[in-house]
Structures are given as C-alpha cells and as structure tokens.
Design a binder for this molecule. Structure first.
Ligand SMILES: [Zn+2]
Length: 127
C-alpha cells in the first residue's frame, strides 16, 4: 500500500482500454485529458471518481444523452455564475452512465439546437 496520496482529488478519469488513470482538478482537466487521449488513441475516457458538491437526483431516468445534458446544465446553472464547467457536466453525466466522449457529443448536439451556449470556453449555460 502506498501512502503517497494524502489528498483525494475530486475527479479521476480513466481510459479502460489502456488502464491509464488521471487525477483532475479542476474538473475541466478531465476534458483536456479526454481530448488529448482521444486524439492520440481514439479511445473514450470514463470518470471513475466525481465528487460533486451538488446533488443532482441522478436516479431520474431520461431517454437520451442530449436530454440529460440539457437537464444537467439546467440543474447546475444556478451554482455557477459564468457557466457550468463541462468537466462538471461530464461528472454529472457519469452518474447517469455516460462516458466523457458521449457527454461531449451530447453537448455538441444540444448546442447545435441552440438550447445551450458557452458563455466562456468549456463552460455551458442554458437559454
Ligand atoms: Zn486509451
């Protein structure tokens, strides 16, 4: 047993194909990790730890990732003044069973419909 890690980072992302694990803090580092890893390998990345401050009632079953992404942003928005970091959205989507890649795809889809926008880079708000 290693005692090297005294502090838990709130977010940990893993590539199940490579068994590469990455601590992320802040949450958007999960997305940076995904983008880099996906670019080099084509692999998807999963959050294995996501300590969210906000309880999202994740048990609500919804029909598709696009609907979930919109719901998650809507629920979290009041907690973030300048948009919800997409890493936080990915963490909330993880509770609903989606990977980081699936989450980013869903975000892209919903942004195309105009229901979500980015008040700044990699942060989301709902119209
Ligand atoms: Zn990989």
């Amino acid at each position: 047993m290693s005692h090297g890690h005294h502090q838990r980072t709130p977010f940990v992302a893993t590539c199940p194909d490579c068994n590469v694990e990455r601590d992320a803090e802040p949450a958007n580092e999960v997305v940076e990790f995904y983008r880099r890893h996906h670019r080099h390998t084509g692999h998807d990345v999963v959050l294995t730890r996501a300590d969210l401050d906000v309880d999202l009632e994740a048990e609500v079953a919804l029909e598709d990732p696009a609907t979930d992404v919109a719901t998650v942003v809507d629920a979290l928005e009041s907690h973030y003044e300048t948009g919800v970091p997409i890493g936080i959205v990915a963490a909330a989507m993880r509770q609903r069973g989606f990977t980081v890649g699936e989450t980013l795809e869903a975000i892209y889809e919903v942004r195309m419909t105009g229901a979500l926008y980015e008040p700044r880079d990699d942060h989301l708000a709902a119209f």
